[in-house]
Design a binder for this molecule. Structure first.
Ligand SMILES: Nc1ncnc2c1ncn2[C@@H]1O[C@H](COP(=O)(O)OP(=O)(O)OP(=O)(O)O)[C@@H](O)[C@H]1O
Ligand SMILES: Nc1ncnc2c1ncn2[C@@H]1O[C@H](COP(=O)(O)OP(=O)(O)OP(=O)(O)O)[C@@H](O)[C@H]1O
Ligand SMILES: [Mg+2]
Ligand SMILES: [Mg+2]
Lengths: 226, 226
């Protein structure tokens, strides 16, 4: 499903360079549930952004379902994302002057879904994350964990086959976290591949495979298939 | 040090109102270390913002070190905050086109500290949160946990007597969290009052008192002194 080879992502910084990823190789088969852990700054979000086609590697090779990502232009990447991927950002990235339900409906706009169905699916997704009574609120009228759950609902609304989630329970209490992980488990049971970055050992424990990053490299991978 | 009586914070929303806080009373003595927990949306950030004089209650009474907050105008509140308070925001609120060290130095600008000393203290604060080698980066060039640590360094740089921290380890791995809590413990040993909102039981365990919020009210308080 996802195959990365020697992925490097560097940034120029002053006189030198920061190697956010310094050579990462991995293969994630269909239907896997992977947790990516590692200390702050170790490269987890950088890796997830590459897997989600939100960024391009400085060097190295990435293929998603056999599609060589380097061969796609930005429009091609956007179509690939919209059709298959759901992405929960570490910093949510909700539209600020837009209600929760319009935020959740947005991926369905790009997918060409008609408005009545979009709103119905957005409301259902918000209900599943416990926010039915917050659907008209703007992000600034929501708590941190409520904003996170809107971002999660938005990632789930297209029923993605590849769910990429960057610290999806970081702003949630443990009971709400469990409810969110149950939603991911439902999606996973229906055949989705789930890749989560997390600092929470309880969240990592629900994955069937754990990948640990350190200094932009894979320090350990307890399920690697090469 | 901090005394709140019947604090209410409501918002108009459509036809009705949201009562983010529905009547909270508490007294936090000098030198206390309090953890505020509760589920997502229970009112924790709202309460912390009131205690930090970043917001005013809809009704009720708040006094900080004997100062009736209602008697202060916005300039008076700003002075009170700058002189005594350190605040770590749940969403960091760093200036985006500003380096880490300039962000950390900002409270010292308001305090009238000269530039060479500001930068020296900002660099020392960044060093203490493990980010000496990231001081010239902009927030967009930092990981989520690095941004959180810049926000923490900024809150500590004035050596506040009242530290208010909203989920200060939410984006951090457990080892980095421990390092941050050790910094808070240093400040606390020097006499500061520490009030932390947290979802992490390990973080709450380091406090000497736990206040649980539910639906905008105090559900339990294991150290209340009225
Ligand atoms: N401007 C606003 N307008 C309407 N409702 C609001 C507004 N700001 C906050 N709320 C509501 O007030 C309640 C309390 O919000 P608060 O941010 O204090 O929660 P919290 O306990 O910090 O949650 P979390 O753990 O998710 O950060 C939430 O239900 C939220 O939707
Ligand atoms: N635009 C950039 N320019 C320079 N350095 C960057 C840039 N973006 C990220 N970095 C650096 O790359 C490294 C990896 O960042 P990344 O966001 O992937 O970390 P992370 O593992 O997700 O950390 P966290 O757990 O704190 O979210 C960090 O040290 C960060 O400072
Ligand atoms: Mg990250
Ligand atoms: Mg909050």
């Amino acid at each position: 499903a996802v195959r990365g080879e020697d992925l490097v992502r560097s940034y120029a910084q002053g006189e030198g360079a920061v190697h956010a990823l310094a050579g990462v190789s991995m293969r994630i088969p269909h239907g896997a549930w992977v947790a990516i852990t590692g200390s702050s700054g170790s490269g987890k979000s950088t890796l997830l952004n590459l897997l989600g086609c939100l960024d391009r590697p400085t060097s190295g090779h990435l293929a998603i379902d056999g599609n060589d990502v380097a061969a796609l232009d930005d429009a091609g990447l956007a179509r690939l994302r919209n059709r298959h991927l759901g992405f929960v950002f570490q910093q949510f990235h909700l539209l600020s002057r837009t209600s929760a339900e319009e935020n959740v409906a947005l991926p369905l706009v790009y997918a060409g879904v008609a408005r009545p169905e979009r709103l119905a699916r957005a409301r259902e997704a918000l209900d599943r994350v416990g926010l039915a009574d917050r659907r008209t609120h703007w992000p600034s009228q929501l708590s941190g964990g409520q904003q996170q759950r809107v971002a999660i609902a938005r990632a789930l609304v297209t029923r993605p086959t590849l769910l990429l989630a960057d610290e999806p329970t970081g702003a949630l209490d443990s009971r709400t976290s469990e409810e969110i992980l149950d939603l991911f488990a439902d999606l996973h049971r229906q055949g989705a591949t789930v890749v989560m970055v997390t600092h929470d050992p309880a969240v990592a424990a629900r994955a069937s495979r754990r990948l640990v990053l350190a200094d932009g490299r894979i320090a350990s991978d307890d399920g690697s298939l090469s």
